[in-house]
Write a protein that binds this ligand. Structure first.
Ligand code: GUN
Length: 289
């Protein structure tokens, strides 16, 4: 069994980006600049955004954190988005999700300039992704693909079962895995909350990618010997630690890993990859400009 080590791989990618940034700056140009907008005080979102900003520093990017109060109106947020679209010093930016319920997320995401949409959430970029055209691929799906690629996991002709159909993880991964590319060229089944007898599908799967957010959902008796397992689940479960919680994946790692050929741990698998891929997208936004 080989562990798909997201910590090491993301660190390698960040090192590669840092080298590229050093070259850019040595050539007399300014560093790439990522901005992140966060509305409200959601603990998990603040943690994620904080990590994104810290990662920028590590690779030599400039970063701007725009913190807005929970009471921010949709129009005020749209104004901020327009401001960022028109700010030439910002190469790419993200609006951290989820947004407070009084704001229509779709309205905000379509207002982001697709050329600065390093999250790849704009319909234009999502459409290009589906059509296999150059674009920004959302960080989490991109991180999954990059892990499979760097570990030379064979995906062509394999049966991949993706569990979960969210707009930002499950659905794009299902598209990427079926695209005519490497990794890709897989026969994909997209399972979700209305799927019947999911274990019948997972037992036949060569590759399982779970993006459900349901702790220990994938059990050893649901997988076959030699399966490749990518666990995208990150659920905070309360415990007695200093932090008060631990991060738990969708997969019963202890037992499933005994049958797997490759598997991602949680934490330390897909999670760290997402930030590295966001930085990669930002470098791409900068270079394109
Ligand atoms: N919330 C959870 N994941 C993400 C992400 O990748 N991007 C943004 N903007 N918000 C998120």
């Amino acid at each position: 069994m080989i562990i798909l080590d997201g910590r090491k791989t993301s660190s390698d990618i960040k090192d590669e980006i840092a080298v590229a940034v050093k070259k850019i700056v040595a050539g007399g140009s300014r560093a790439p600049h990522l901005a992140a907008v966060i509305v409200g005080e959601d603990g998990a979102s603040l943690t994620y955004v904080g990590s994104k900003v810290r990662a920028c520093k590590k690779v030599g990017f400039d970063s701007t954190l725009v913190k807005l109060p929970k009471t921010t109106t949709e129009d005020e947020l749209l104004n901020k988005v327009h401001e960022l679209n028109n700010n030439d010093a910002i190469d790419g930016y993200i609006v951290q999700l989820p947004l407070p319920s009084h704001i229509d997320s779709q309205k905000i995401l379509v207002a982001v300039d697709p050329a600065k949409d390093v999250d790849g959430f704009h319909p234009t970029n999502f459409g290009k992704m589906a059509l296999n055209l150059p674009t920004f691929i959302s960080a989490t799906p991109y991180g999954v693909m990059e892990l499979l690629e760097r570990y030379n996991v064979e995906t062509e002709g394999k049966h991949t079962v993706v569990i979960g159909r969210s707009d930002i993880v499950g659905r794009p991964i299902s598209i990427l895995m079926s695209r005519k590319s490497n990794p890709g060229n897989s026969t994909v089944t997209l399972a979700h909350s209305r799927t019947k007898n999911i274990q019948e599908l997972t037992r036949k799967a060569d590759i399982i990618i779970s993006a459900l957010g349901s702790p220990n959902f994938v059990k050893a008796d649901m997988v076959k010997e030699g399966v490749v397992v990518v666990d995208v689940g990150i659920t905070r479960v309360k415990d007695d630690s200093e932090k008060g919680y631990k991060i738990v994946g969708d997969v019963d790692y202890e037992n499933v890993s005994k049958k797997a050929s490759y598997i991602t741990p949680v934490p330390g698998g897909v999670g760290p990859m997402t930030i590295a891929m966001l930085l990669k997208n930002t470098l791409q936004a900068y270079t394109k400009k």
